[in-house]
Design a protein around this ligand. Structure first.
Ligand code: ZN
Length: 202
C-alpha cells in the first residue's frame, strides 16, 4: 500500500520516501493517497492509461527520472550546490511543459485546497505538484534542513524542523527507538575481555 504522507511531510519528500514507481497504477494510487489526485481524476487518468498504455508507460519513465533527481536532491542537495543546480534543471523540465487550469476548491469536509487540471496531455502535468513542492524547498532554502535518516537500513528523508537542527531519525517511534534499543543492548552487553575477567573472578 502506498504510504500517505503526514500533514507535516512535504509532498516531494513523501514522493521520495514512497515506493510508488513499480507501475503506473501504483503511481496513481500513491498520488491519490497523497491527496494530489481526487477520486474523479484518479479514475479518469486510470481509464486513459488503459486506453493509452504507451503514454502511461512514458509517464512512468518520466516519474522515475523525476524521482532520481529528487532522491539525489534530498540526499545531497543540502550540502552540494552542483546537485541543487542539476535538480533545478529537472524540476524546470517538468514545470515548463505543464499547462492547465488552477482552481481553488473545497472538499467534502469544507477544507480549501488548490487544484491544477492539465489541459491537453493528461499525463504531462501529473508530477507538477511534486515538482512545485521541490521548487518550494529551494526557494525557501528549506533544502538546508533536509536530512537522510541516520539508520543505514532506512533511507527515508525528512525535513528537520527541530530547533537545533540535529534531528537524526525519520521517526522516533520507529528508527529512533530501534537505535536506542540497540545502543542500550550494546551498553548492557559487556565487552569480550570484560566478560572473561568476570568469569575467571567467579
Ligand atoms: Zn528512518
Amino acid at each position: 500500500m502506498p504510504a500517505s504522507p503526514t500533514s507535516r511531510e512535504r509532498l516531494w519528500l513523501a514522493f521520495v520516501n514512497a515506493d510508488a514507481l513499480a507501475s503506473f497504477d501504483r503511481l496513481l494510487a500513491w498520488m491519490h493517497a497523497a491527496g494530489v489526485l481526487d477520486a474523479d481524476r484518479h479514475a479518469s487518468i486510470g481509464r486513459r492509461a488503459t486506453l493509452q498504455p504507451a503514454a502511461a508507460a512514458a509517464a512512468l519513465i518520466d516519474a522515475r527520472r523525476m524521482y532520481a533527481a529528487l532522491r539525489t536532491l534530498a540526499d545531497r542537495g543540502a550540502a552540494d550546490l552542483a546537485v541543487r543546480d542539476a535538480s533545478a534543471g529537472e524540476i524546470n523540465r517538468v514545470l515548463g511543459r505543464s499547462t492547465g487550469v488552477r482552481r481553488l476548491e473545497q472538499n467534502a469536509t469544507g477544507a480549501w485546497r488548490r487544484t491544477f487540471s492539465t489541459v491537453g496531455d493528461a499525463f504531462a502535468g501529473l508530477l507538477l505538484p511534486v515538482a512545485e513542492s521541490a521548487a518550494d524547498a529551494l526557494v525557501s532554502n528549506e533544502i538546508a534542513r533536509i536530512r537522510r535518516c541516520a539508520s543505514a537500513s532506512c533511507g527515508r528523508v525528512f525535513l528537520d524542523q527541530s530547533r537545533g537542527g540535529r534531528r537524526r531519525w525519520c521517526a522516533m517511534a520507529t528508527c529512533g527507538n530501534r537505535a536506542k534499543v540497540r545502543a542500550l543492548r550494546a551498553r548492557r552487553r559487556p565487552a569480550h575481555g570484560e566478560r572473561a575477567r568476570t568469569r575467571s573472578a567467579a
